[in-house]
Design a protein around this ligand. Structure first.
Ligand code: ASP
Length: 323
């Protein structure tokens, strides 16, 4: 029997064209992908263009709309797998949002392109075909949300964009891809540990993300305090340490019950409360900062936005960030 694949376009370079005179890459009136892949053997593609946006224009509201659309479609008709085309700049955030909030067992796969549809060596259609191959694969079920680019299958949790232009931009630092796609098929060599989906019906908490640097003081934290934040994520130094001059600013935010999540600005390893000096992770944890279990800053921000819809209690947030 043919498989029903829900193909959702959201925009990005994969849906753009290069102006050969100016070299500019931008979205046109129509999405070039809509003309391709009308027929594939043994597959019914149910294609929709939910957005036609460069991914720096994608908002948390768009992510929530995409999740709701997937749920509604899979509740009202038989869907065997979902493929989403997306700009690569924020693809990992949308992928992670869906991973944390969807509780589907069918494959949900995101893909994109580094070269637009009419450029030499364009990787869009190729990646899209690879993503469809994964979405129809029975053994890609119950793997969480996946990202397929450049012959590799990555988990939404670990994948990140690592290069500005190279087609091998998506990598999973420390863990690597969990599978590969080639002409012979789809092959997995790892199975991800899945966690229970978090409930979300709106996504509008005011959560900021900042990166720590040598000599940083409390001035940025003071500025954030004025903006009525619901939460803050800090990409801290090394194992999860901050310059001591940030401590007064952190204390002010904590006194106002603003949750602060610590991740590391290193892209391998997890933040831990190891160091006992002033501003060290041990002191930060004792003050009430929440240590995240290996997420990068942009994904920790998405998770904090979702978590804050359910609870602002430190213990509950800590439990959510420990998985
Ligand atoms: N700037 C583009 C976007 O994210 C990059 C891409 O799609 O590869 O929309």
């Amino acid at each position: 029997m043919n498989k029903n694949i829900l193909l959702i376009h959201t925009g990005g370079t994969i849906s753009m064209e290069e102006d050969h005179e100016t070299g500019e890459v931008k979205p046109g009136e129509t999405n070039p992908l809509m003309d391709h892949l009308k027929e594939l053997p043994d597959i019914n593609l149910i294609t929709t263009e939910l957005f036609h946006l460069p991914s720096p224009h994608i908002t948390p509201e768009n992510m929530l709309h995409l999740k709701t659309y997937i749920e509604e479609e899979s509740n009202t008709r038989h869907i065997d797998g979902v493929v989403i085309t997306h700009g690569t700049d924020t693809l990992e955030e949308t992928a992670y949002f869906l991973d944390v909030t969807l509780s589907l067992t069918i494959p949900v796969v995101l893909t994109g392109a580094m070269r637009s549809s009419n450029e030499l060596g364009s990787d869009g259609l190729y990646n899209l075909l690879s993503a469809i191959k994964v979405a129809v694969a029975d053994h890609a079920k119950s793997m969480g949300v996946l990202v397929v680019m450049n012959d590799e299958v990555h988990t939404a949790k670990n994948v990140t964009k690592t290069h500005t232009s190279n087609i091998a931009t998506f990598q999973s630092p420390q863990y690597g891809p969990i599978g590969i796609v080639n002409k012979a098929g789809v092959f997995f060599h790892h199975k991800p540990i899945l966690t229970r989906a978090l409930h979300v019906s709106k996504l509008n908490k005011n959560v900021f993300l900042i990166k720590a640097f040598a000599g940083m003081d409390s001035s940025l934290l003071k500025g954030i305090e004025q903006l009525n934040p619901d939460g803050l994520v800090i990409e801290a130094l090394g194992q999860g340490n901050l310059p001591p001059m940030m401590l007064p600013g952190l204390k002010n935010l904590l006194d106002k019950n603003i949750p602060i999540v610590v991740v590391s600005r290193c892209f391998n390893g997890i933040a831990q409360d190891v160091y006992g000096y002033e501003g060290g992770g041990r002191q930060l944890k004792d003050m009430g900062l929440i240590f995240s279990n290996g997420l990068n800053g942009q994904k920790a921000r998405i998770k904090l936005m979702i978590a804050l819809e359910t609870s602002t209690e430190r213990e509950e947030l800590e439990a959510i960030f420990s998985t």
